[in-house]
Structures are given as structure tokens and as C-alpha cells.
Design a binder for this molecule. Structure first.
Ligand SMILES: CC(C)(COP(=O)(O)OP(=O)(O)OC[C@H]1O[C@@H](n2cnc3c(N)ncnc32)[C@H](O)[C@@H]1OP(=O)(O)O)[C@@H](O)C(=O)NCCC(=O)NCCS
Length: 156
């Protein structure tokens, strides 16, 4: 298993995966745009082929702040529930800590039970409940992890 930075050849994989996020809005366009955004870093998880990715970067502003966002995390359906999502999040934590960020943040749709369970298991805590967060009108929880609290994780 290999984790590497995204390259232009990964664009087709990212674009195809992005269709799964369509219920939240036009993410089949937004996610490929994030892939091209120099402020957003994409890491690809590869076995014999790409099987997942995580995107990290500032969601709301482009100037430096103590918080970095998981803008997207994805594992191909046939490789889910095998710990790969957790692996991607752990790698994101390591990268963000190294880059000097204090908080890792994510927004997860109210009804996205799998993703909520993934982040909670990784010791993210719910900070806000935001109605109408997505372009589709669906709401999201804002979750955050304090990267300085390495072992205990939870703040609340
Ligand atoms: C969310 C996603 C990345 C999880 O990836 P994954 O590789 O399956 O995650 P893991 O195997 O590391 O699972 C971690 C934990 O998440 C939870 N989880 C994952 N899939 C679940 C499911 N189908 N049902 C319930 N809980 C689930 C469990 O708590 C699991 O821990 P456990 O296996 O010890 O029970 C994957 O389902 C996905 O790509 N979904 C579509 C895209 C998406 O919704 N992304 C998140 C947008 S914010």
C-alpha cells in the first residue's frame, strides 16, 4: 500500500469518485476543481491502482490559519470497511501536524453515518451543527480534532 501526492494522471479517478458526492451539490465539478487548486493537497492511496484519496486545504480562506480542512475523503466501495479511511485520516493528521496546524476540521452531512462514525472513531468532536451547509441544502456537522492532544483526542 502506498500513499502519494496526487498527479495529473489521477484526475480521471478523482472525477469519477466525485460523482458519489453529488447529493450534496455539484461536487462532480467542485472536487476536480479542488484537485487543481494549488492551496489544496491531494493524497492518493494506491494498491495495484488508486483506491482512495484525501484532500487537505483551507476551505474558507486562503491565508494561513491554525485550522486545515479535510475537504474530501473517499475510498472506493469495494475497499471500504477495511480501515483505509482511518489510514487516510491518520496520514492527514501527521501531515497537518508537520505543517504546523493545530486543528484538523471536516464537515460531514447530517445523514452520512459512515463518515460520521469514521471521524468520531478518529477522535474528532462535533463543534457545530450547520443547517443548509451544502449547495443542495443538506446540513452538516462541523467536526474538529485538536492535533496537540495527541493521545486523548477528545476535547469535550
Ligand atoms: C466514509 C469513508 C471514507 C469511510 O472509509 P472506510 O475505508 O470504509 O473507513 P474505515 O474502514 O477506516 O472505517 C472506520 C470506521 O468508520 C465507521 N464505518 C465505516 N463504514 C461504515 C459503515 N458502512 N457502517 C457503519 N460504520 C461505518 C466504523 O466506525 C469504522 O470502524 P470499524 O470498522 O472499527 O467499525 C467511505 O465510506 C467513503 O468513501 N464514503 C463515500 C464518500 C464520503 O462519504 N466521504 C465523506 C464525506 S465527508
Amino acid at each position: 500500500m502506498k500513499l502519494r501526492k496526487g498527479k495529473s494522471k489521477d484526475k480521471a479517478f478523482i472525477t469519477q469518485a466525485a460523482y458519489e458526492f453529488q447529493k450534496f451539490g455539484p461536487y462532480h465539478e467542485i472536487i476536480p476543481r479542488w484537485f487543481d487548486d494549488p492551496w489544496i493537497q491531494t493524497f492518493i492511496l494506491e494498491l495495484e491502482r488508486p483506491v482512495g484519496f484525501i484532500m487537505l486545504g483551507p476551505m474558507f480562506t486562503s491565508f494561513w490559519q491554525p485550522t486545515i480542512d479535510v475537504t474530501a475523503i473517499y475510498v472506493v466501495p469495494e475497499y471500504r470497511k477495511k480501515g483505509l479511511g482511518t489510514f487516510l485520516l491518520k496520514a492527514a493528521e501527521k501531515f497537518s501536524r508537520k505543517e504546523g496546524y493545530r486543528y484538523l476540521r471536516a464537515h460531514v452531512g447530517f445523514e452520512n453515518k459512515k463518515a460520521l462514525a469514521l471521524f468520531k472513531k478518529a477522535d474528532f468532536v462535533i463543534k457545530k451543527k450547520i443547517d443548509n451547509y451544502y449547495p443542495s441544502g443538506l446540513g452538516a456537522y462541523e467536526l474538529r480534532k485538536d492535533l496537540r492532544r495527541k493521545e486523548e483526542g477528545n476535547e469535550t
